[in-house]
Design a protein around this ligand. Structure first.
Ligand code: FAD
Length: 394
């Protein structure tokens, strides 16, 4: 199969997961044609720096490119950028594009990611979301012109932007209906520490407050955010960071399960010859024995590798230990595994600096480990996680 030059794989979505699938296919010796379809007009840059160095103005966007020119060459793909997929027919094995072309395939990889959720009334000028390079550049220039930001949503993205905006000298207020944001994702100790770090840097919080609406001026530019308790916040710039929705609307074939992303089996296969990877993919984790859809960078690459291997006929179930990180001010927080019993939290303070490690257990096994400025101390726990959960190394 690897040497069959007549095969064609169509990858829809030209970002982290899509591009990594193409690279992995070539690494594994795939000799057929690879067509990569992406609706952004250029190859998107890697997204993690968007809320950090690029928003801050500390990194040239070109330095966050997904592929170096050499790697771009090596992928040897046909790139269809600035074009959207608008339909998938699994019976005829065809992808329809919005430029009226139809691509036949032997295998198709759905890597269309997610897009930010919006709020009613959120179309006033000055209300931002953050997913693309253009979004980051627009928010950067808004923050350098108007040094006051209201962030709606105290998740990872909202808090990363709050940290960067403080570094840019903006006053920042973060609003979230949850009184204990990030508790379920980071556990009690790290979630509390993170809010303390932000408060110490001057970020104000309105927790437990919903959004009542936005007030704009005659020109249609946002001026105030009105909270559900009646408080009204001065808001020349607003970031809405309340989560994302999977890009599945183009998948109109009834064979596919597109409730909460693209439903796949443990091989990341959604149907015969149809695979999914990255933020859009929901698959059955064969060891944790649950359905997962993960919106984190490492998963996009690891799942892409698994999909490429399975296109090559290797038949390997995708069984990662989920991993993500977030950078806020000078702090790096990393989590491996899934914190599903925050009550089992055990904290190990390290001797040097402000680093610490937390462990979480479930059914007598290590289920997750969190490291706060303690990447090295985390290593043995990651091995323990694999061993105790019988997850093979990738
Ligand atoms: C600002 C920001 C900061 C982040 N920071 C971190 C971090 O610190 N740590 C971490 O672990 N993760 C982080 N992430 C998450 C990480 O970047 C994502 O998990 C990763 O980008 C997912 O890659 P993907 O290829 O699955 O999806 P995406 O990157 O969303 O790419 C999907 C692509 O498909 C295209 N597309 C959609 N529909 C169609 C269609 N119909 N036809 C053609 N193309 C289509 C889209 O335009 C897009 O280019 C961050 C994300 C953002 C936005």
């Amino acid at each position: 199969m690897a040497a069959d030059k007549r095969r064609r794989t169509v990858i829809v979505g030209a970002s982290a997961a899509g591009v990594a699938t193409a690279e992995a296919l070539r690494r594994l010796g795939y000799a057929g044609e690879i067509v990569i379809v992406g609706e952004e007009p250029e190859l998107p840059c890697d997204r993690p720096p968007l809320s950090k160095q690029i928003l801050q103005g500390a990194l040239e966007p070109a330095k966050a490119a997904l592929l170096s020119p050499q790697r771009y060459e090596r992928v040897a793909a046909t790139w269809r950028l600035g074009v959207s997929a608008v339909g998938l027919d699994t019976g005829r094995r065809e992808v329809a594009l919005d430029d009226d072309t139809v691509l036949g395939y032997d295998d198709v990889v759905i890597a269309t990611g997610v897009r930010p959720r919006s709020l009613p009334g959120g179309d006033l000028a000055g209300i931002h979301v953050l997913r693309t390079l253009d979004d980051a550049l627009a928010l950067h220039s808004a923050l350098t012109a108007q040094r006051r930001l209201v962030v709606i949503g105290a998740g990872f993205l909202g808090l990363e932007v709050a940290a960067t905006a403080r570094r840019l000298g903006a006053e920042v207020t973060v609003v979230d209906p949850d009184t204990e944001p990030l508790m379920s994702r980071l556990g009690r100790v790290a979630a509390t520490r993170l809010l303390e770090v932000h408060a110490a840097r001057g970020v104000e919080f309105r927790l437990g407050a919903g959004i009542g609406g936005f007030e704009g001026d005659a020109a249609g530019t946002v001026r105030r955010v009105v909270l559900s308790d009646g408080e009204s916040l001065d808001a020349p710039v607003v970031l809405v960071a309340i989560g994302c929705v999977p890009n599945v609307e183009w998948l109109n074939d009834p064979v596919l399960d597109v409730s909460n992303g693209v439903g796949c089996d443990e091989y990341c296969r959604a149907a015969q010859g149809v695979w999914a990877a990255g933020d859009v993919a929901r698959w059955r984790h064969p060891v944790l024995n649950r359905s997962l859809r993960i919106e984190h960078r490492i998963n996009a690459s690891e799942q892409a590798n698994a999909v490429a291997a399975n296109i090559m006929g290797r038949g390997i179930p995708y069984a990662p230990i989920p991993f993500f990180w977030t950078d806020q001010y000078e702090n790096k927080v990393q989590v491996a595994g899934i914190i599903n019993d925050a009550a089992s939290e055990k904290v190990l303070e390290l001797d040097q600096g402000n680093g610490f490690v937390c462990t979480y257990h479930s059914e007598g096994r290590l289920a997750a480990v969190l490291a706060w400025n303690a990447a090295k101390a985390m290593m043995p726990y990651r091995q323990q996680l694999r061993a105790e959960n019988q997850v093979p190394s990738t």
